[in-house]
Design a protein around this ligand. Structure first.
Ligand code: RP5
Ligand code: MG
Ligand code: MG
Length: 282
């Protein structure tokens, strides 16, 4: 992973009231000495005391098992990046300094695990022929993108892995919630839709596993994801899906894949590898 960019030299959170200490490129790595590094310590008030969030470090009854599957708390505290360091009781961001200590708006200390479904099809004209890009001559890929409620950016319809949940479930659940608004469906409709998508979501290809350059990251809490590609070569299955933004998405759309897109966090980097694998225009 390259140096993180989106969780550095920015203000923090939707109201931008917290300022990170600016961290130059040559001071990102923890090994690079920085005697006076003393960033603000911020954990959002909306996080403290929430059932889905950790307690404070040192608080009674909070004994996290760093770098392990913490069965007691049902939290996977292992990083996809290998073992992270823990200094004075606080896990350290594996990429390096972010200019902010604490958990920010993330629930867990250390890695916060997510999953990202990358659902793709070829762009076609009204005669159903695949459209090629006029510059590259390569077929144009499209992916299902959502617009995030928190900052209005386009992103994969990903979300957090719930305690005890396996990634394959998270991929399906988040797709249903964010792009098909399953949270508003009747239980009958929801189970019908779930069985409809079941087979399609059983054959994904690995895209990426690891750290995400997410604007919410701090020195002590960060996002990691498993992204999988579900590609519909002839487009006939995805044509049956009725897209409808839900939960933390305020919009949903098929978007043409290209290097010109500005997506949330490191989603462009992941999309690039999907385009390369399918030999699509980028
Ligand atoms: C990103 O945040 C991940 O890649 C995933 O898309 C997303 C998960 O967080 P929420 O969408 O639940 O906020 O880092
Ligand atoms: Mg979600
Ligand atoms: Mg989400």
């Amino acid at each position: 992973m390259e140096l993180h960019q989106k969780c550095r030299n920015t203000t923090y959170g939707s109201d931008g009231k917290i300022s990170r200490v600016p961290v130059p490129d040559d001071k990102v790595k923890w090994e690079q000495h920085w005697e006076d590094y003393c960033p603000p310590n911020y954990t959002a008030p909306g996080v403290k005391g929430k059932p889905w969030a950790d307690k404070e470090i040192g608080e009674d009854g909070f004994c996290p098992k760093w770098n392990s599957l913490d069965c007691e708390n049902k939290v996977d505290r292992r990083s996809l990046m290998g073992n992270y360091e823990v200094v004075d009781g606080y896990p350290l961001n594996p990429i390096g300094r972010t200019g902010l200590r604490g958990r920010g708006i993330l629930g867990k200390w250390g890695p916060n695990h997510a999953a990202d479904p990358v659902v793709t099809r070829w762009k076609r004209n009204s005669s159903n022929d695949v459209i090629k890009h006029e510059d590259s001559g390569k077929p144009i890929l499209q992916f299902v993108s959502i617009r995030r409620k928190d900052n209005g950016q386009w992103a994969f319809p990903g979300g957090m892995v719930d305690p005890g949940e396996v990634v394959s479930q998270t991929l399906k659940r988040e797709f249903l919630e964010e792009t098909m608004n399953s949270l508003e469906m009747t239980p009958e409709l929801k189970s019908k839709v779930e069985s409809h998508i079941q087979e399609f979501f059983s054959t994904g290809e690995d895209v990426y596993r690891g750290y995400v350059d997410d604007p919410r990251n701090t020195d002590n809490a960060w996002m990691e994801t498993v992204a999988k590609n579900f590609h519909d070569e002839d487009g006939s299955f995805v044509g049956t899906l009725s897209l409808n933004a839900g939960d933390d998405a305020v919009g949903v759309s098929w978007i043409d894949v290209s290097s010109q897109l500005h997506l949330y966090a490191s989603h462009s980097m992941m999309l690039k590898s999907v385009a390369a694998k399918l030999n699509a225009h980028w």
